[in-house]
Design a protein around this ligand. Structure first.
Ligand SMILES: [Fe+2]
Length: 121
């Protein structure tokens, strides 16, 4: 899969509507425990992105500390531009911070990403 240039918001504190429709929103459980599985939901857009024949989200990927931990292939048949990934917090991460990164590809507007720091107990 070719990796193009990742779009960045022009002013992160004052997102445009187009940016709000593409920057992923990451949701995690309140507590994440090392050695256990947890679910991460990635929704494309704080304003939900459309899933239409001519304009849709092609895929969503999730990384934990730079390691790819999930990829969801989407199509206009999917109702929502959203995916849930089940991730394992490795035992070695106990008591540490982890960095989640969500990356998504819109068929028209390209690549967008978002990050979230998580605490692993
Ligand atoms: Fe788009």
């Amino acid at each position: 899969m070719p990796e193009g240039k990742i779009n960045k918001p022009v002013d992160p504190k004052n997102l445009t509507e187009g940016e709000k429709k593409h920057i992923p929103v990451i949701s995690v459980p309140e507590s994440i425990v090392a050695g256990k599985l947890f679910d991460v939901t990635v929704q494309v857009g704080s304003i939900p992105h459309v899933m239409e024949e001519k304009h849709y989200i092609e895929w969503i990927e999730l990384y934990l500390n730079d390691k790819k931990v999930g990829r969801a292939e989407l199509s206009p048949k999917n109702e929502k531009a959203e995916a849930t990934f089940t991730v394992e917090a490795e035992k070695a991460l106990a008591g540490k911070e982890g960095k989640l990164r969500a990356l998504e590809q819109c068929n028209i507007h390209g690549l967008w990403e978002e990050f979230m720091d998580i605490k692993i107990s």
